[in-house]
Every structure is written in C-alpha cells, then in structure tokens.
Design a protein around this ligand. Structure first.
Ligand code: PEP
Ligand code: MG
Length: 586
C-alpha cells in the first residue's frame, strides 16, 4: 500500500487515527450512526421491514393498474419488484449492518453507491440506464426508513474499533455536518473548504480533528486506507508506517493529558495577571451544545447560530421550524444555561449555509440575499423567529443579535420589526422581556467604518471576524483556492478591529468578539491588548483561551500591541505577535 501525505488547511485541532470512509454525495443525505452490538439485529430487521413495506406498495400499485394502462407501466413495476428482491440490494446492506454496524439508511446508501459505480462502467446504454431504476427503488426504501428513523444513540454507543472512522468527502455542507454530532466519525478530510467556512466551524465545535482544502484527497484516498489527520497542521498521512502510527498515537495520548490538565481551569475565574476580568462565552449551533458550554464553565452563550435549527434536514423531507418549535429550542438553551445570558443571533442563512428549498443566487452568494437581507425579504419568517426569541426571554436572560448589517436603514427596519413582534405578543397576551438587549454584528467593513450610526440604536456590538475578514479582503471564506489570502493579521483587519474597540469604548457600550479570532489562543494576548474584554468561541477551545488570559499581564502586553497596531508591515506584525507570546507570565 502506497504511503503518502497530503497538505490542506488545518481547521479543527487534535489528532485522529483511523480508517478512511469515503462518503459520496448521496450518502450525505441520510443519517449516519453506528449501532451498538446489541442493536445490530434490530437494525437488520428495520431494513428488512422497510423492504417488505415497499414490496407491498409495489404489489398494490400493480394490482390497481387501470385496465387501459400502457403495458410498459406493468413491465416497469415488474422490474422494480425484481430489483427489490435482488440479493445485491436486499441482502448486501444487511451484511454491512452486521459487519460495520452502520445504521440501516447508511448501509443501504453505501451499497447503492457501490452498485451504481459498477453500472457507470457498463457500455450497453440500456443496462446503464437501469442505474436510475435501482436508485428509484432505493429511494422508496429510504423514505420508509426515514419514517421509522430511530433517535441517534448516544456517543460511544458503537464499538470502539468501529468508531475510528475518518470521513473523506469532496465537500460537506454545514447542514450535513449536523449529522456527525453523534461522533460516528473520529476525523474529517475534505477536498474543498476554507479555514473559517461554516463546515470548519462546526467541526471545531464538535471537537473533531479536521483538515480541508486538500484538492483531490477523495480521489487519492481509498476506502479503508489507514489515515492520520493532524488537525493542527493540516497534514493527512495516508497508509503511514507503523513507526509513524506509534508516534502519533503517543502524541494523541499527550494531548489527552494536556486536556485533562486544562479541565482543572473550569472554575478558575478568567482574570489577567494584573486583575482585569475577562468574560469568556461559548458559541453554539443547537441547544444541546449548552451542555458543553456549561461543562467548560462558560459565562454564557455569546453566539447562538440559530440558522442550524433551520438547516437540520431529516431525511428527504424538510420544513422550516414553526414558532413553537423555535420557542422550545430557544427556551431549552436558556434553561440549560441556568441564568447565564444567551445571545441568540437571528437567521443567518445564505452563502455556504442554505435552506433546502432556498434558491439562492449562484453568481455571488456571499454578497447576495444573506442574513438580515434574507429576513427583510421574508418578513413573516423573520417575525415568527423574533416572536419565538422574545417569548424565550421570559425564561432567563436573552439578547438579540442581528447579523450582517451594513446600512443604517437596515437597523431602523430591524428595530421596527422587533417592535412589531413585541406588539403581536402583547396582543396575544404572551410574556417576554420588554427591555431585551439588541445588538449588531459588525462583520461588514461598511458597519465598522460608520459605527456611530449603529451604536446610536444598539445596546451592544459583537464583531464577527470570519465575515469581517472575508468582506475586507474580498476572499470567499469557504474557497480553498484563496484560503492562503485569509489573514486575520492583515493591517486592514486590525485597523477595523481597533476602530470598533475605540468607538464602543467612547460610546460606553459593550463589545464582544465572536469570530474565529476569539477562539485562537495565539491571538488572545493581541485581542486583550487591543481592549477586548468579551470573547466568544466554540466550547472545546474555551479553556485553552482561558489559560492565555490567566498568563497575560496587560500592563506589559498593551504597549507591545499598540506598537503592533502602528505597524503596517505584515512581516513586522507577525514578529510582534511572536514577541507577545514571549512576554513572560510574571
Ligand atoms: C463571523 O462571521 O465571524 C461569525 C461569528 O458569524 P458566522 O461565522 O456564523 O458567519
Ligand atoms: Mg458571520
């Protein structure tokens, strides 16, 4: 077996060692989880039952064919019944469930992928066309299966040996990533994607080592190849030597020990050496993430990316969550945080985050109908969300955060919509926090450059550095071909951050930072020296950032940061960042 390494962009730290599992597009549309040894036969029966149901369906269609139906129609159904009974379709997936412990949908799609790949190689066009029939039959079975879908088993329910799978795919959308929450996979490798694409962010919040932008990894890596994913350097080693495997396993164990040490900081207040208190908050995608936020001692939720409630698709059918469903999700987050504030960002759909039925402009989605722009174009959808968030505010401290504002009139329109939602709730006698704080995300340079007009109307600000960098440097954050130009230390980015800190301080309104920069321990001293006092990040990174806070002496760091901000030479800036890291703890 050839041994080689591939280089991509590191997006989620940690080391994963395991076997490659290649995921094709179709396979991403169904749920993936590993079933425990004791559930295997039940899962086999679930698939067998689904086949039986479809068999019955097809028989009924056949029996009820009108007398004048074209003869081909009967023949067509006959073919589907034959396909359904073929052992390649009806039995092979059962073996996959038994040997690999895949759930029924995943096992079926894995087998279909293999079968249809063989059909692609057939010369005869008639036989090649049968591929579509196989897919249609499989769709029918999947539809039955998704109706009987079980709740995902808890992490670790599968066998340990089975759990070490590394998913290799051309691309994985942020919505698809939601399916990996159950940790069926130990690592993630994709051909495309940038460091701060939403796919990368979800990998980080799930704490799964990931490397993206490897160009053609999904072609070079074969099913079941051994892989090492180094999520810190972006290197993927394919079929490594035993020596290398041993070295990385040792490194993995060392990291584990370091994490254990860090966990002792959970209850330590985040205060710098000179006594400045820093608020460390968690970014979440779903209410369930609050458990991890509480676990690391976060002071609250600084960013609830509510769009993930809208993107979670169940099987093939999806619909937008109702006001009640949203209210329930927001209230669950509020309750889980036990009195700590929860900042809920309104729907930030568009660009790389899509709703299943959302036709978005293909010309330039990052500059299109995204976030607040989309909400303004869909006022009923926006009002529904606002009411749900407001209602949750009756159960604990909630703040409302508005993404991607760039025009002053968007601010006034948004405030008018919030007032309208409040009036609707008053009319229907529903409770909410009348003084709910409303904040603007600063993630478009236009907003950073015209801050006073935002500050005038807002209770707080939160900088989204992922987009601020994307829009300042004009590079698509999810495009690996320009990922090398994505630079948080670009003088223009630093200038916009510094301007925002100064304007917020002058106006006396709270300012947080919730993009990827806040989650990078190498940048913590820089941000504190610039004046940031509230940082929000994925929970798995919070304690590493806290460690930096605890070791930071602002009296020594601040003058160095001022010097850095006066510099416009990127090389000198990088050197000063190195000096910042070297400032001794005492
Ligand atoms: C950001 O842009 O930095 C941000 C926090 O929002 P998102 O990553 O969800 O776009
Ligand atoms: Mg953003």
């Amino acid at each position: 077996m050839a041994s080689f390494s591939l280089h991509g962009f590191p997006v989620s730290r940690g080391i994963a060692v395991g076997r490659a599992h290649l995921l094709k597009r179709a396979a991403l549309d169904v749920q993936h989880y590993l079933v425990g040894q004791t559930q295997v036969e039940a899962e086999v029966r679930r698939l067998q039952n689904a086949f039986a149901v479809v068999h019955q369906e097809l028989r009924t269609i056949w029996d009820e064919l009108p007398a004048d139906a074209p003869a081909e129609l009967g023949a067509f159904i006959d073919i589907h019944i034959l396909i359904l009974s073929d052992p390649m379709l009806a039995e092979a997936p059962l073996d996959i469930i038994r040997s690999r412990h895949y759930n029924a949908e995943w096992a079926l799609v894995t087998q279909i992928d293999q079968l249809t790949a063989q059909f692609d190689e057939i010369e005869d066009p008639y036989l090649r066309a049968r591929k579509a029939d196989i897919q249609q039959v499989a769709e029918r079975v999947l539809k039955v299966l998704t109706g009987t879908a079980q709740l995902l088993p808890a992490a670790g329910d599968g066998d340990d040996a089975q759990a070490q799978l590394i998913v290799v795919a051309h691309d994985i959308s942020p919505a698809d990533m939601l399916q990996f929450r159950n940790r069926a996979f130990a690592g993630i490798v994709t051909d495309v994607g940038g460091q701060n694409s939403h796919t990368a962010l979800v990998a980080r919040s799930l704490d799964i080592p990931a490397t993206v932008g490897l160009s053609n990894a999904s072609q070079l890596i074969k099913q079941d190849d051994w892989l090492i994913v180094d999520g810190a350097s972006g290197v993927v080693m394919v079929n490594p030597s035993q020596l290398m495997l041993d070295q990385y396993r040792e490194l993995q164990a060392k990291m584990q020990r370091e994490r254990k040490k860090l966990s002792k900081l959970k209850k330590t207040p985040a205060v710098t050496l000179d006594g400045t208190a820093i608020t460390l908050l968690a970014n979440i995608e779903l209410p369930e993430d609050c458990a991890a936020a509480m676990e690391v001692g976060a002071s609250g939720v600084g960013l609830f990316r509510s769009e993930y409630l809208f993107m979670g698709h169940s099987g093939y059918a999806s619909k937008l969550p109702s006001e009640e469903e949203q209210f329930d999700a927001y209230r669950r987050a509020v309750r889980a945080m036990k009195g700590r504030p929860v900042t809920i960002r309104t729907l930030d759909i568009g660009a790389d985050k899509r709703l299943d039925d959302f036709e978005q402009s293909t010309t330039n989605p990052a500059l299109g109908l995204r976030a607040i722009r989309y909400c303004m174009a869909e006022p009923q959808l926006f009002l529904t969300q606002l009411r749900a968030i407001l209602r949750a505010s009756a159960f604990g401290p909630v703040k409302l955060l508005i993404p991607m504002l760039s025009h002053c009139f968007e601010v006034t329109q948004t405030l008018a919509m919030i007032n309208q939602a409040k009036a609707q709730l008053i009319k229907s006698g529903q409770k909410f926090d009348a003084g709910i704080q409303i904040g603007a995300m600063i993630e478009v340079p236009a907003a950073a450059l015209t801050l006073p007009s935002f500050i005038r109307h807002m209770d707080f600000l939160s900088i989204g550095t992922n987009d601020l960098i994307q829009y300042t440097l004009a590079i698509d954050r999810s495009d690996h071909e320009v990922a090398h130009l994505y630079d948080p230390l670009h003088p223009a980015v630093l200038m916009l951050l510094a301007m925002t800190v100064a304007a917020a301080a002058k106006a006396g309104i709270p300012l947080a930072i919730c993009g990827g920069m806040a989650a990078d321990p190498k940048l913590t001293r820089l941000l504190l020296g610039m004046g940031f006092r509230e940082l929000s990040m994925p929970a798995p990174l919070l304690l590493s950032v806290k460690q930096e806070v605890l070791g930071c002496d602002l009296e020594r760091v601040t003058p160095l940061v001022r010097k850095l901000l006066r510099n416009d030479d990127p090389a000198a800036i990088k050197q000063l960042i190195g000096q910042l890291a070297a400032v001794p703890a005492i």
